[in-house]
Design a protein around this ligand. Sequence first.
Ligand SMILES: NC(=O)c1ccc[n+]([C@@H]2O[C@H](COP(=O)([O-])OP(=O)(O)OC[C@H]3O[C@@H](n4cnc5c(N)ncnc54)[C@H](OP(=O)(O)O)[C@@H]3O)[C@@H](O)[C@H]2O)c1
Length: 77
Amino acid sequence: MAYTPLEKGNLAKNRCLSEMGIKYGKTAAQIALNWLIWKENVVAIPKATNKDHIKENFGAMGWRLSEEEYEAALRCI
Ligand SMILES: NC(=O)c1ccc[n+]([C@@H]2O[C@H](COP(=O)([O-])OP(=O)(O)OC[C@H]3O[C@@H](n4cnc5c(N)ncnc54)[C@H](OP(=O)(O)O)[C@@H]3O)[C@@H](O)[C@H]2O)c1
């Protein structure tokens, strides 16, 4: 299980992840969460009190970064 999956919200502000998400129409938070669940048996439970954040975080599921993007995302942080 991921420990502070959005790095307490900081990853949602990551410009590099945000740019990576343009191709998919996804936000930095969605890229960060998709990266975590990319690997089998990894679970991410982000905390969100804001309704828009909760809805946005659902958008981290149902699609998948390519293997190259998975590696590239590591260089964003
Ligand atoms: N068992 C353990 O050892 C352990 C350790 C650490 C954490 N946890 C638990 O794991 C959960 C998450 O931990 P955490 O709060 O430290 O870190 P987190 O999930 O990485 O980040 C939470 C923060 O991210 C913001 N956020 C969520 N979705 C966002 C989005 N789409 N865009 C922008 N900001 C977004 C939230 O803001 P809003 O609230 O404004 O939406 C909140 O400030 C908590 O329930 C915590 O209790 C457990």
